[in-house]
Design a protein around this ligand. Structure first.
Ligand SMILES: [Zn+2]
Length: 386
């Protein structure tokens, strides 16, 4: 019996081989038939961040959506953990320091976007830079404006999260993610996006019409500032599941897979306002975006989907379930972030690393490792492909 883990065939090698000979095509087909999940290794990594989404927020959303807690799509993921969120300078973090920890594996002070502060102040390698360096396509999707702290920490460097012009300049001229979807303005504008050779879309219709092709780089900036809350949104805005689906279509045409970060950015804003109805409706949409990725993943084993949060907001406690379609009775402890651990849910490649209590910097390591091949080519496997 062949151990499936021994079979590793790089996507590039397969395509090169297939192009070369008819025999190659037959062998590649045979490999694909015998080992459907191992025939092509993409190592795609998809990270979902619910900004401010603590365990009680998730619980409340399940009650509202289905009448009982524990019922959102990602809550059935096989591997789950609690994540500690402290920044370098405080037990209570902000989105900049928390996202930097996940993106770079380093704790920094609040307000800092992927720079060694405290420390020498040098740029810390972000996940977009790391994965792009591996030949992967990269994308950032959010419901906040795209230069906001969470996406920024994945592809920009600045000592101050409010330096939107610097963040936009890093996106467009330095790190250059292939997909940038979110609210517009705040450093981003059509002229600079076009001159950086991005295809630009600015509403739901133009996003929907966009056709994926290899090498396509898209900036989709919808409105100015944050996109509206789900319950206030006009239909000229794409929703988070639509943006996620389009991002997957655009990213999934490279030879080496991709990295995608999707943020439900307004969960935090609703929690700051202690507005439970907005919290649950934002989380439900966020969960629908996760479902898009799950459906797209199918039964492939070379892909990691990890869902987590950057910090808890509001000190939320669910008191009473009021059943499906009704917001539960809740108590809020604060209008600010707290130091409560946040949940993480993982499925797919390397997901078993998500268990117990993790630090937010561990998320970085889990994501990076997930893109590594299952195992180096075994000699017998290599012989089979000749
Ligand atoms: Zn916040």
């Amino acid at each position: 019996m062949v151990d499936i883990r021994l079979v590793f065939v790089d996507r590039k090698i397969v395509s090169k081989f297939v192009r070369k000979s008819a025999l190659g095509i037959r062998v590649a087909l045979l490999i694909a038939f015998l080992f459907p999940s191992a025939a092509v290794f993409a190592g795609d990594v998809i990270l979902f961040i619910g900004d401010g989404m603590g365990a009680e927020h998730v619980k409340a959303a399940g009650m509202y959506l289905n009448g009982s807690p524990g019922t959102l799509a990602f809550e059935s993921f096989p591997h789950q953990a609690h994540v500690l969120t402290a920044s370098a300078d405080n037990d209570v973090t902000d989105s900049a320091a928390a996202a930097t920890a996940m993106s770079t594996g380093r704790k920094v002070n609040r307000g800092v976007i992927s720079k060694a502060i405290p420390g020498g102040g040098e740029n810390l390698e972000t996940l977009v830079e790391y994965f792009a360096g591996k030949g992967k396509r990269t994308g950032l999707v959010t419901t906040t404006f795209i230069t906001h702290a969470t996406p920024a920490a994945f592809a920009a460097h600045t000592g101050n999260r409010s330096n939107y012009n610097d963040i936009a300049d890093d996106y467009l001229n330095n790190t250059r993610p292939d997909v940038l979807f979110g609210g517009g303005g705040r450093g981003m504008n059509r002229d600079s996006e076009v001159s950086a050779e991005y295809t630009v879309v600015d509403d739901r219709t133009s996003l929907t019409a966009l056709k994926s092709k290899p090498g396509l780089r898209v900036s989709g900036q919808f409105g100015r500032g944050h996109t509206p809350f789900v319950i206030d949104r006009k239909n000229t805005y794409p929703d988070l599941p639509e943006m996620t689906k389009k991002a997957l279509q655009i990213l999934d045409n490279g030879e080496n897979g991709f990295f995608l970060m999707v943020e439900g950015g307004l969960i935090d804003h609703a929690a700051h306002a202690n507005h439970i109805h907005r919290v649950v409706t934002e989380i439900i949409e966020f969960s629908e975006a996760v479902e898009i990725a799950l459906k797209w993943r199918g039964d492939r084993s070379d892909i990691l989907i990890l869902v987590t949060a950057d910090h808890e907001t509001g000190g939320l406690k669910v008191i009473k379930n009021n059943g499906k379609g009704k917001t539960p009775v809740v108590e809020w402890a604060t209008n600010h972030h707290t130091s409560a651990p946040v949940p993480a849910y993982a499925v797919g490649k390397n997901s078993e690393q998500a268990h117990g209590i993790l630090d937010n910097t561990d998320i970085h390591d889990i994501l990076k490792l997930a893109s590594e091949p299952l195992k180096r080519p075994d000699k017998s496997a290599a012989d089979t492909s000749r």
